[in-house]
Design a binder for this molecule. Structure first.
Ligand code: FE2
Ligand code: FE2
Length: 371
């Protein structure tokens, strides 16, 4: 139900220049997005009329026939039905035209020729709008916690990048709400389903880890307060990845030995950030510090072994591994939940089999859907 995915983002690229459409399509494919092409404004409007499942429009300004501004006006004028966000991509940097486009409802304006990385950053910022808008129709607990988490993680990520402390207060609130959400398997399923089509990788990985840790904590009989803290810890556990270079973070692997060292450093970065922050509970630090430890001592960063792994450490390593296997990435589809659980259950050198059973029976059986 939450995993196993169809959800490729679809972007309409409107440009009269076929080589520009091709170039945009190549960049978007790298992000895992599908490109639908239109050579002029009329074709774009026809596609939008027939297809209400597009996630974003990239719109050229100077085209033969209907201009970009006229096309934009036609897309945005009908307020009775939602339309995908529009980013103008144009060789025209005239201030008046930029302002006119923004006034007509364009979300952003990119001047050609563009630098790929910032362009893709702006695309990824808007491509999830439709998915996020759908959250408004959900249980208010769920839509609120998703929005609060998105903002809190965004801020914490930017702080982390700059070596600034993280404000724990919003994460305490998020943990609290996730503990509520986890008390109803239906609500938890709604939340996990709601982020299935979102492709903000860090956001999705963090929310899923927090949610599954809350579900696991309940299955273990933790009290509500500790369940909330553990959920907050799951949400923050990888915040040090804000200091990991993107080309390593998004690399499909395999890593060479140097890259692997850099990747593993995300744990020490997280601890640096959290130790420099106020009011971080001990359980949150433990989850961050220990979620890559393995029973046989082959984990990192400390190589803890056997009894050195506390029950909470064992839980965090099970959840992080489960979530990583079932996350959808640009370079891999989500693994089906049953398959991921079977891998964890078989891997008794790494994961505590008794706890894997509690996770499997307590979190998945009750939901009766395997996901
Ligand atoms: Fe991690
Ligand atoms: Fe993780």
């Amino acid at each position: 139900m939450d995993d196993g995915d169809d959800g490729k983002k679809r972007v309409l690229a409107v440009d009269d220049d076929p080589s520009m459409r091709l170039l945009i399509g190549l960049y978007l494919a790298k992000m895992g997005y599908e490109t639908v092409e239109a050579a002029d404004g009329d074709a774009a409007l026809a596609i939008l009329e027939a297809d209400d499942a597009l996630d974003l429009v990239l719109l050229d300004m100077n085209m033969p026939g209907r201009t970009g501004l006229e096309t934009l006006a036609a897309i945005t004028h009908d307020r009775s039905r939602p339309h995908p966000p529009v980013i103008v991509v144009s060789g025209d940097s005239d201030k008046e035209h930029v302002l006119a486009a923004i006034r007509l409802g364009a979300r952003d304006y990119v001047v050609k020729p563009f630098v790929p990385a910032p362009f893709l950053h702006r695309v990824s910022r808007w491509v999830n709008s439709r998915t996020e808008r759908e959250w408004d129709r959900l249980d208010p607990h769920v839509s609120r916690v998703l929005k609060v988490t998105m903002e809190a993680l965004d801020t914490a990520w930017r702080n982390g990048e700059q070596g600034a402390p993280v404000d724990y207060a919003p994460f305490a609130e998020i943990g609290d709400t996730l503990a509520d959400v986890a008390s109803s398997t239906d609500t938890a399923a709604t939340l996990l389903e709601a982020i299935r089509r979102h492709d903000g990788y860090t956001f999705v990985h963090s929310v899923r880890t927090g949610t599954y840790l809350a579900l696991f904590a309940r299955a273990m009989g933790f009290d509500r307060a500790r369940t909330a803290t553990v959920a907050a810890g799951g949400t923050l556990h990888d915040i040090g990845k804000s200091r990991t270079p993107l080309e390593i973070l998004n690399k499909p692997g395999p890593f060479d030995p140097d890259e692997w060292l850099v990747m593993k450093e995300h744990v020490t970065h997280t601890i640096d950030i959290l130790r420099g922050s106020a009011d971080i509970p001990a359980d949150v630090l433990e989850i961050a510090w220990s979620h890559h430890e393995k029973l046989d001592g082959t984990g990192y960063p400390r190589g803890l072994k056997g009894d050195e792994l506390s029950p909470l450490t064992r839980m965090a390593s099970i959840v992080d591994a489960y979530v990583a296997l079932t996350d959808r990435r640009v370079y891999k589809p989500a693994m089906p939940p049953e398959k991921a659980l079977a891998i964890l259950a078989d891997d008794t050198n790494h994961f505590d089999p008794a706890l894997v059973t509690v996770f499997r029976e307590g979190v998945f059986r009750k939901r009766g859907d395997g996901g």
